[in-house]
Write a protein that binds this ligand. Structure first.
Ligand code: FAD
Ligand code: SF4
Length: 441
């Protein structure tokens, strides 16, 4: 039994931000739901969870049934309850949002899922074994969802993961304020009860090869996510910390994470906000986010931007880092240039242009970069067709290589990457793989 309800701290200042609802709070909140017909919240959920149905089951104290309703559409219901940008999705579409407060769908979902994990009862039994074998590469949300859906249908699934722990960015990348490590690990444990074999320390491209997998398995699903943080190409970059490592350390090795007193974070997406939050909450007295475009172009969600401003983080817009100044390995400042916005570039955003003679020194003793992740390198390594550097797939999630499917961040050439989209890809890809395996007898 895994009790994941308590909002346990991963680090001193980074315990789960929202406390769990009490039984009374959940009952009151569930009673507000209008149980809309053709509910807009369900349409807005990328995995189309039947939201009024699971809320109704909370109202009738059928928490096991509620959790089952969630899991039928989304096997990572506990993660999604915590990390989904609900303001942009289900809660943003709730009919009560226009004049009152929308229903707290995320928190109700968490309430039902925490109950389910607390009980430790299995929700699904695998169907009769089909004798078909599928290899899934990468144990993030897309890989876990695909593995679970295939195992439910009776296929034998081996999930290969290069890291020590499964869970992908839910384990290593999402700040503990939103998702503690034990939530991701409880989900992995629940899925492995379906008979999925999880082999960690196995990396496609080093100790695994695609031809070998194709010879041993009936289908392969690639869910390898994206690559490392992009490089800036500026002098002194070796003194800049990688934002993904910064978050990972704050979750898994917080005692060894050194936080500066005056921290500069480069980038203005959600990862930058998370890095700035960690720095601020774990002791930095000043945190500055440095971004080369303006407030209008920043990619962080509006609610995240509001949150970080309330945390007291300062923003320097239209500012581009050009050099790190360090003495004897100790960072002293970040030299920056002021920018103006010019014509639209390939990303359809105004291209930042340096203002001549505008360089200045931003004092900083720690610099963290959160400038986005590289495209998946495996695509070219495996000679797969690509779309803007991402693995190209058909609407059935098939890649250009026969029997090889892909989903999650590694195919997200269009639209914003998110956990729930990865879960949905995994689910839909599993359906396509199942249909192909069944059709081929
Ligand atoms: C810092 C950060 C914060 C985020 N916060 C949120 C959030 O709050 N809400 C939200 O919805 N989304 C968030 N996202 C996005 C979300 O985490 C991703 O969209 C989601 O994790 C994608 O799932 P995935 O399975 O495609 O990839 P990943 O989660 O990246 O998992 C890929 C897995 O594949 C493994 N792997 C890679 N290459 C190989 C290989 N060659 N062989 C074997 N294994 C391999 C990796 O180790 C990893 O475990 C965040 C992303 C980041 C970077
Ligand atoms: S839109 Fe709001 S009120 Fe209607 S079913 Fe969904 S959560 Fe309930």
């Amino acid at each position: 039994m895994a009790d994941i309800s308590h909002g346990r701290a991963d680090t001193n200042g980074l315990s789960e931000l929202l406390p769990p609802l009490t039984g009374n709070e959940a009952a009151v909140e569930a009673a507000r739901c209008l149980m809309c017909y053709d509910a807009p919240c369900t349409h807005a959920c990328p995995t189309h969870i039947d939201i009024p149905k699971f809320i109704k089951k909370i109202s009738s104290h059928n928490l096991r049934g509620s959790a089952r309703t969630i899991l039928e559409s989304n096997l990572l219901g506990a993660t999604c309850a915590r990390v989904c940008p609900v303001q942009e999705l289900c809660e943003g579409a709730c009919v009560l949002g226009a004049e009152h407060k929308p229903i707290a769908i995320g928190r109700l979902q968490r309430y039902a899922m925490d109950f389910a994990y607390g009980q430790g009862v299995p929700f699904f039994q695998p169907a009769k074994a089909t004798g078909k074998k599928v290899a899934v590469i990468g144990a993030g949300p897309a890989g876990l969802s695909c593995s679970g859906e295939l195992a439910k249908r009776g296929h034998s699934v081996t999930l290969f993961e290069k890291r020590d722990l499964a869970g992908g960015l839910s384990t290593y990348g999402i700040i503990g304020l939103r998702e503690p490590v034990d939530v991701a690990q409880a989900e992995v444990a629940m899925l492995s009860k379906l008979g999925i074999i999880i082999e960690t320390g196995k990396e496609l491209g080093t100790n695994l090869s695609l031809p070998d997998l194709q010879a041993k398995f009936d289908a392969v699903f690639l869910s390898v996510g994206l690559g490392a943080t992009t490089t800036l190409g500026i002098p002194g970059e070796e003194h800049i910390l990688d934002g993904l490592d910064y978050i990972e350390e704050s979750k898994l090795d917080a005692h060894n994470l050194v936080i500066g007193g005056n921290v500069a974070v480069i980038g203005a997406g959600n990862t930058a906000i998370d890095c700035a939050t960690i720095a601020k909450r774990l002791g930095a007295s000043q945190v500055t986010i440095v971004y080369r475009r303006s407030e209008k172009e920043m990619t962080a969600y509006a609610h995240e931007y509001d949150f970080i401003k309330r945390e007291g983080v300062r923003f320097l817009f239209l500012t581009q880092p050009v050099r790190v100044h360090a003495e004897n390995g100790t960072v002293k400042s970040l030299e920056c240039s002021r920018m103006n916005l010019g014509a639209l570039d390939a990303s359809d955003r105004p291209s930042p242009q340096p203002v001549p003679g505008s360089n200045f020194l931003l004092p900083a003793d720690q610099i963290v970069k959160a400038t986005g992740q590289e495209k998946p390198r495996l695509a070219s390594l495996l000679k797969l067709k690509t779309d803007k550097g991402f693995i190209q797939v058909s609407k059935e999630f098939a890649t250009s290589s026969p029997g090889v499917y892909a989903g999650g961040d590694c195919i997200r050439a269009h639209g914003a990457a998110s956990t729930v989209m990865a879960v949905q890809d995994g689910k839909l890809a599993a359906r396509s793989i199942h249909e192909r395996l069944v059709a081929h007898g």
